[in-house]
Structure formats: structure tokens, C-alpha cells
Ligand binder design. Structure first.
Ligand code: MN
Length: 547
């Protein structure tokens, strides 16, 4: 089963849906807001977007980050979605007369089906707001009978924080007190009531005001062999291309590899499209890929396109993160929130910004939003592997962006694959030219080079010739590996200075820690040899249980 039908129905310059991969189309994440409302009684209106409206509860004491402190939440009437942006004064005498302060806002995700959970009286969900984060639940009091409320009264619920990294005891932090101001305008209730202007520009109210940095260290994923059991994760297809960060500084666009090489000159089409985004300055994170006829990212195709100096037809730049925009540092915002802002930026603007720029028809444009799915990790992983994808990237929905490798981003790989350093080659046999096999290695935790085995398959004639020439120019007398190789593995070998990094697919490791069935996939010119280490999965693979 291919995706032709799926693709034929969509214009991907107009829809943020992904072109390929197993991941479900990205529905927009629903919004939530909390409005502090100084009506006859001060309360907090807690609103979740469900089925096109804001399902609402009045929480007299406001939310608490303490799991032991369950707060009464009285169900009130649904509000229109547009109410999520409201802050101001409701005239005295009108319904709800008093001052409304936009206390928190962001996106939320239910566990399971939100409407069914509400009907059942128990909704578990995660919040990715500016003040409220992590896992929460709303539980209706009085069981099934509670649905109608006692004697026609409104139904009473409890708003409960779950114990997680965002929970704090009341004694330590009262969030309604410590962060009482508006997330939209920075104003307090009195200032809103007095009609004072916003303390900060509305557009700069998100994130921290910050100068655009010269470089942003990219966040990297940790390899795992099994999907995590806990937490809410965004699931993206693992794209097989080059990681590139885009810097936009007053219209000047530069594309950086994770190794801080400037590739702007190699990708003029990408640069031209990024220049037309309606932002003054920004840092975006994404992966440049080349799509094959089946719509799948092909690393070898990308390498050939770049070697030709052609970043045209097949090239796509899938953007998956927005780190800075117009003077705001968004890295502290939850992952889900950053992706939503990116999606809004691209969905609303890409086609308009590019219209009439002579950059070719919509279908040929490079900039794409990298969509994600949510939940059902095992199913998504199985589907990805069945469709021949490289694997999945999992991103913790409520985590901030951190440079370097951590466990908020995880990668699940369908096959075994990683980079190795070339430290030698064997002489060609028979009619083969160039070399026989490459001797692959990786750096250990103490900085020595360890031997991983031979990579003898996956080379075409052109690669044998060009790679052979490069290697012969780097021949050295001494063996670069820390431990001497057994006689049999040294025969016919020429050592080279360890500098070239290759991408290798393999069946596994044998008992002597050598690669099995290693196959060359390409050169990794974006990665320094010193960064190549043996990738150990963090979590052991779970045993399949039952059917
Ligand atoms: Mn209210």
C-alpha cells in the first residue's frame, strides 16, 4: 500500500500535513486558557478547547501545583473559541461584570477521547502553558449522578495536579500569587481595570526578550530501543537528511549545520524561500531532505543533489522547531507550544509570502512544516518500519529546548544504523578498483579509537574511485586504533588518518564486537569524526508479551 492516493488529494503547499511517513496528519493542538476574573467573587475561569468551543469551569481558588490540594471547579457554560484571547473589563451590571485578566494560555492534549472522558466524569490531560504544565485531571464529584449537579445546580468537579516534574507543594510555591500578572499584557487586575496600556508589546509577550544569538546549539535525540511508557510524546518521522538550523537576521538568511558550518551558499533555493518569511529575525530548526519518487527522504539522493550544486526539485526543508522569533527567545516554552507557533507561522504565511515571487509552482517549494502524531507509540513505530522509514523521533510535549543530547528527544530506529570513522582500507580484490573494504571505528568515552569491523558493501564504481583517491591521499604508517588488530584482520590493510565519517547500516554486533553485514550508505560531511561514538540504546527492548 502506497501513499499515492493520500498525496493526490492534497496540495502540500497549502496544507501543513506531511507528504509521507506513517505519522498521522497533524490536527492543530487544542488551546486552553485560564482567565482571572474579578467579578462579584474573584475566581479563575479554566477553559479547554473541545469540539470547537471552550469547555469552561470556574475555579474559585484557582489552580494549584500541589497534587494534595484538589481545587473545586464548577462547570459553567461553554464559551466561544474567540474568548481565549479576551482580556478587559466587562461593564458593571452586565453578566459577569468585572475585570478579566488572561492569566495563562497555551495548548493542551487529552488522554484518549476528550468528549467521552468528560461524559464519564474523568478527564486526564496535559497542559503546555506559560504557567501551567504537565499532567492534570478534572474529576466530577458525585459519580454518574453528579453529571446534572444536585437539584439542577451546576456540576462540581475537582481540578487536580498529578505528581510530575511540574508539581510543587503549596508551601513552596503558590502559582496564582507568585505569577499573578497577565501572560498577554503583563498587567495586573488593577492596571487592566484602570485601562493602562500593556506593559509589553502583545507580540513580544511570549518567550523572553533576547538578542538574536550568533549560533544555537541544536537539541539532539538519544537512541532508545523501545518507546517510553510515561509522559506525552509528539511523534515525528525520523527524516533521513541533513540537520540544518536557519538563522534569519533582518532579512539575511544563513543555514548552519549542527557542526556550525555555513551551508547557505549550497542551498540558494532554501535561502530564498526563508527570506520571504514575514519575520524580522528568527532561528528555526529542521532537516533538509531529498524526496524520492515514493515521497520518502533519500539520503543518497540528497548527497547527489548537493554534489551537483542543485537544491531544486526534490529538495525539502522540513521545519520542526521555532527557537527565536522577532526578539523573543522561545526555547523555554513547551515543545508543543513552539511547534504550534511554527505551524501558525508557516501555515498562514508560506504560500502568501511566496506568491508571485517566481520561485516556481506551489508543489516545488521547499519549505515544509514537519507534522507529528500524538500517542500510540508502538503502532506508529511498527507502521513507520513497515513503510521503510528510518525510524521515529519522539519529543516530550511539555519540555523546553536544550542544546546537546538529552532524553526529552528520543530516537527509535527501525534497523541498526549509525556513523563510523574510516581508519583504513583493504586492497581491492579481483576486478574491483579503489579499495576492498573500509575499516570502521568509533571513539570511546576516553577518546581512543576503537575498531568496529569492515564495511565492504554498498559502494558503486564512482564511489570506489572517488573515495579510494581521497583515502590514498591520507595513508599513514601507523594504525590509528588504540588496540592492535589480530593478524587476520590486519592483512592487506592501509591505515589512514581518521577523518572521514561514513553512514552505515548493519545487522548487529557479533560476539567479538564487530559489525555484522555492514553496508555503506554515504559520507557524512556534516559531522566531525571526533563526535562519532558507539550508540547504545538507553532502554532495553521490551519483550513482546502475548499476541
Ligand atoms: Mn468568570
Amino acid at each position: 500500500m502506497g501513499l499515492e492516493k493520500y498525496r493526490s488529494k492534497r496540495d502540500f503547499s497549502k496544507t501543513p500535513e506531511p507528504e509521507g511517513g506513517p505519522v498521522p496528519a497533524p490536527a492543530r493542538a487544542p488551546v486552553f486558557v485560564v482567565q482571572k476574573h474579578a467579578a462579584s467573587q474573584l475566581h479563575y475561569d479554566f477553559r479547554l478547547e473541545i469540539a470547537g468551543a471552550l469547555k469552561s469551569w470556574a475555579v474559585p481558588r484557582g489552580p494549584s501545583l500541589d497534587p494534595a490540594d484538589k481545587r473545586l471547579a464548577v462547570e459553567v457554560e461553554d464559551h466561544p473559541l474567540a474568548y481565549a484571547g479576551f482580556e478587559g473589563v466587562i461593564p458593571a451590571g452586565e453578566y459577569g461584570g468585572g475585570t478579566v485578566l488572561l492569566w495563562d494560555r497555551g495548548h493542551w492534549l487529552p488522554e484518549g477521547d476528550a468528549e467521552a472522558a468528560l461524559a464519564a466524569g474523568k478527564l486526564r490531560f496535559r497542559l503546555a502553558g506559560e504557567k501551567l504544565r504537565g499532567e492534570w485531571s478534572l474529576v466530577r464529584m458525585g459519580g454518574k449522578a453528579g453529571a446534572k449537579g444536585a437539584a439542577g445546580q451546576r456540576a462540581n468537579w475537582l481540578l487536580i495536579k498529578h505528581p510530575d516534574e511540574f508539581a510543587r507543594p503549596d508551601a513552596e510555591l503558590d502559582i496564582t500569587e507568585s505569577r499573578g500578572d497577565s501572560v498577554q499584557s503583563g498587567r495586573g487586575l488593577d492596571e487592566i481595570a484602570a485601562g493602562r496600556p500593556p506593559r509589553r508589546a502583545m507580540s513580544a509577550a511570549v518567550g523572553l526578550a533576547a538578542a538574536l544569538p550568533d549560533f544555537v546549539s541544536p537539541q539532539l535525540a538519544t537512541l532508545v530501543e523501545d518507546s517510553p511508557r510515561e509522559g506525552l510524546w509528539l511523534v515525528e518521522t525520523k527524516l533521513d537528511g541533513y540537520r540544518l538550523l536557519a538563522q534569519i537576521d533582518n532579512g539575511a538568511v544563513r543555514l548552519w549545520t549542527r557542526n556550525r558550518e555555513d551551508w547557505s551558499a549550497r542551498l540558494p533555493r532554501l535561502v530564498a524561500e526563508l527570506q520571504r518569511l514575514p519575520v524580522r529575525n528568527a532561528w528555526l530548526d529542521g532537516e533538509a531532505v531529498a524526496l524520492d519518487r515514493a515521497g520518502r527522504a533519500s539520503f543518497s539522493l540528497l548527497q547527489r543533489a548537493l554534489a551537483r550544486g542543485d537544491d531544486g526539485q526534490q529538495l525539502r526543508y522540513y521545519l520542526f522547531d521555532l527557537l527565536f522569533v522577532d526578539g523573543s527567545d522561545l526555547r523555554g516554552l513547551p515543545q508543543l507550544e513552539r511547534k504550534e507557533r511554527l505551524r501558525e507561522l508557516l501555515a498562514g504565511t508560506v504560500q502568501e509570502a511566496l506568491a508571485g515571487t517566481g520561485l516556481g509552482s506551489a508543489g516545488e517549494r521547499c519549505l515544509r512544516y514537519c507534522g507529528h502524531g500524538v500517542g500510540r507509540l508502538d503502532d506508529a513505530f511498527r507502521a513507520a518500519c513497515l513503510q521503510g522509514e528510518e525510524g521515529l523521533i519522539l519529543k516530550r510535549a511539555d519540555a523546553a529546548y536544550h542544546g546537546g543530547r538529552g532524553t526529552d528527544w528520543l530516537k527509535l530506529k527501525c534497523g541498526h544504523r549509525q556513523e563510523f570513522v574510516v581508519a583504513g582500507f583493504s586492497a581491492p580484490e579481483g576486478r574491483r578498483e579503489g579499495f576492498g573494504a573500509l575499516l570502521a571505528g568509533y571513539y570511546t568515552s576516553v577518546g581512543t579509537l576503537a575498531y568496529a569491523g569492515r564495511v565492504g558493501a554498498g559502494f558503486d564504481r564512482a564511489t570506489l574511485a572517488s573515495l579510494g583517491a581521497r583515502l590514498r591521499a591520507q595513508v599513514q604508517a601507523s594504525c590509528p586504533f588504540a588496540d592492535a588488530l589480530p593478524e587476520a584482520e590486519r592483512a592487506d590493510v592501509h591505515w589512514v588518518a581518521p577523518g572521514l565519517v561514513i553512514d552505515v547500516r548493519y545487522a548487529g554486533w557479533n560476539r567479538s564486537d564487530r559489525l555484522r553485514q555492514a553496508r555503506y550508505l554515504g559520507l557524512r560531511e556534516d559531522k566531525p569524526a571526533r563526535d562519532v561514538v558507539r550508540e547504545w540504546p538507553l532502554l532495553p527492548r521490551r519483550r513482546e508479551s502475548g499476541a
